[in-house]
Design a protein around this ligand. Structure first.
Ligand code: CP
Ligand code: NVA
Length: 307
């Protein structure tokens, strides 16, 4: 059987996502009712971090252990990865000693080279271009609160970064729309976002217009990891792209607010929004755990039915 990787959102089909959302719901229920579920006994997840993380590390490590497996954490500083060992060699070795690998790194090309030399499935835990596990959890969160996402409108306000690119791919796979508003000079790059076309998103110069009648409003930091040198310039450029109460007021009355976190109150989001009644950011963060458990199980064991 060919190895299945999850390097970008479009690596899986709509059917596979529908299965994963159902499976996430079941796995979450088991967890919430303290039922032991150990499909990954004797399986080892290796997690490689070339950038900082709280949620991704915790959700993968706790997730693998809660499924009966184990997780090993490697970072650039304490491994040979930081001393120039070719990624292809690292992939050969790491994948002979483990069953599953999660990587957080810089260019998407790095994870692709790793996957091409890996004997086991590889999961993207964030690259400069994409963050597919985040959007898997975000869409599960939307479905939990509001039902199917097909045909809905998501407003993306801010930087057209890895999280934005992944929303755009997800819109193509799951058939919904994204209204994007970025400052001039930070617009979506369809090729970098890995899009098939331009018919699932629309760009707006005015963030209020992008937000109007949206079912979900979401944003992310103005400066992503790896782009710190641009921070000062970005603070100026993004000043008018803060999601605030006025902006939320033009979205649908039952619109949700999401943020992948970590957040900067007073920059990309006002405290009254992220801490307000429409915000589901804590459910969103928790769902990383449940959604990634479903993902790990699927990549290792295929479709399962316990119902
Ligand atoms: N949202 C997210 O991926 O958070 P971390 O950077 O803490 O992993
Ligand atoms: N866009 C952010 C997401 C952090 C989870 C970054 O890449 O830093």
């Amino acid at each position: 059987m060919a190895i299945k990787h999850f390097l970008q959102f479009k690596d899986l089909t709509r059917d596979e996502f529908e299965y994963l959302f159902e499976r996430t719901r079941w796995i979450k229920q088991q967890f919430k009712s303290y039922k032991q579920y150990w499909p990954l006994v004797d399986r080892t997840l290796v997690m490689i971090f070339e950038k900082a993380s709280t949620r991704t590390r915790l959700s993968f490590e706790a997730g693998a252990q809660q499924l009966g497996g184990s997780a090993i954490y490697l970072n650039t500083r304490d491994s040979q990865l930081g001393r120039g060992e070719p990624v292809e060699d690292a992939a050969q070795v790491i994948s002979r000693m483990s069953d599953l690998v999660m990587i957080r790194t810089f260019e998407q090309e790095i994870i692709e080279r790793f996957a091409a030399n890996s004997r086991v499935p590889v999961i993207n835990g964030l690259t400069n271009e994409y963050h597919p596990c985040q959007i898997l959890a975000d869409i599960f969160t939307f479905i939990e609160h509001r039902g199917p996402i097909k045909g809905k409108t998501v407003a993306w306000i801010g930087d057209s970064n890895n999280v934005c690119n992944t929303w755009l791919q997800a819109a193509e796979v799951l058939d919904f729309n994204v209204h994007v508003s970025t400052p001039p000079g930070y617009e979506v790059e369809p090729e970098r976002a890995g899009l098939y076309g331009t018919d699932h998103y629309e760009e707006f110069s005015d963030p209020m217009e992008a937000t109007r009648d949206a079912d979900l409003v979401t944003t992310d930091v103005w400066t992503s990891m790896g782009f710190e040198a641009e921070n000062e310039e970005r603070m100026r450029d993004f000043e008018h792209w803060q999601v605030d109460a006025e902006m939320m007021a033009v979205a649908k009355p039952d619109a949700l607010f999401m943020h992948c976190l970590p957040a900067h109150r007073g920059e990309e989001v006002a405290a009254e929004v992220i801490d307000g009644p429409q915000s589901v950011v804590w459910d969103e963060a928790e769902n990383r755990l449940h959604a990634q458990k479903a993902l790990m199980e699927y990549l290792l064991l295929g479709k399962i039915s316990n119902d």
